[in-house]
Ligand binder design. Structure first.
Ligand code: SF4
Ligand code: SF4
Ligand code: FES
Length: 238
């Protein structure tokens, strides 16, 4: 199938972005990740005006929807490149852009370190033995599937990389820690949760609709609010 691919490119953190269009014979069962690898395997590839394409910079690791590294905007929607088949773009255009809520490093690579900074800032770790029940274990398992891909932050109306609201990429992992802490060992996490998550969340749940891991984000929010805001013991562990 003939595919017109438009890529938003940028040479480094400070240079101006520009768009490059490539016409390419692609296979419908290939993913966007496979396509990018194939394009990069053609050193003589030129775009629609005859300019060289060169290496298209993007990130991946697992290629199995497990690491979140390949998140990018695909036709305007944040998705995983390794989980997006080309078949849905038949006769159309495929537009690849870096996530917009994070600084661009190069081409489709963005700097998502703010997500780890935010987890550190709210104190999202265990210092005491965990309390574990079967129900809490199920919730923890679901929360642990978070890829830290940032797709939820991309669609969140209230998240900005330099803001004080940390979004689902923080409250999903936080729900795990909150569910395992005894009341007397919760330290600063509940207080930070109220400040950096509860007070800024509009509860529209766009984050849930976009999450490529299919995490029940609403459940994590409801249970964490119960612990950190309403001061109840974790619902799932009762
Ligand atoms: S519920 Fe809405 S405001 Fe809250 S984290 Fe999700 S998208 Fe953002
Ligand atoms: S909650 Fe979902 S969308 Fe957000 S970072 Fe985790 S896996 Fe990605
Ligand atoms: S490369 Fe790991 S999720 Fe796509």
């Amino acid at each position: 199938m003939k595919l017109i691919i438009e890529i938003l490119r940028q040479k480094d953190r400070t240079s101006e972005p520009y768009r490059q269009t490539i016409a390419y014979e692609a296979l419908p069962d290939d993913t966007v990740a496979t396509l990018l690898n194939k394009l990069n395997a053609e050193p003589a590839l030129t775009d629609t005006v005859g300019a060289p394409v060169g290496t298209i910079h993007w990130q991946c690791s697992c290629l199995q929807k497990k690491c979140g590294a390949c998140a990018m905007r695909i036709n305007g929607t944040p998705r995983l490149a390794c989980d997006t088949k080309l078949g849905e773009f038949i006769k159309g255009r495929l537009c690849l852009e870096p996530l917009r809520k994070f600084p661009t490093v190069r081409d489709l690579i963005v700097d998502r370190s703010v997500m780890m900074d935010n987890l550190r800032a709210i104190g999202n770790w265990l210092e005491q033995p965990a309390v574990q029940t079967e129900k809490a274990a199920q919730l923890c398992y679901d929360a642990s599937r978070c890829l830290q891909c940032g797709c939820c932050l991309e669609v969140c109306p209230n998240f900005t990389a330099d803001g004080s609201f940390y979004g689902a990429a923080a409250f999903v992992p936080a729900s795990k820690v909150l569910s395992q802490l005894k009341k007397e060992n919760r330290q600063n996490l509940p207080q930070n949760y109220r400040k950096n998550i509860y007070s800024g969340c509009g509860k529209s749940l766009s984050c849930q609709d976009i999450c490529p891991a299919g995490i029940d984000v609403e459940q994590k929010l409801v249970n964490s609010n119960a612990v950190a805001v309403w001061k109840r013991f974790f619902k799932a562990s009762q």
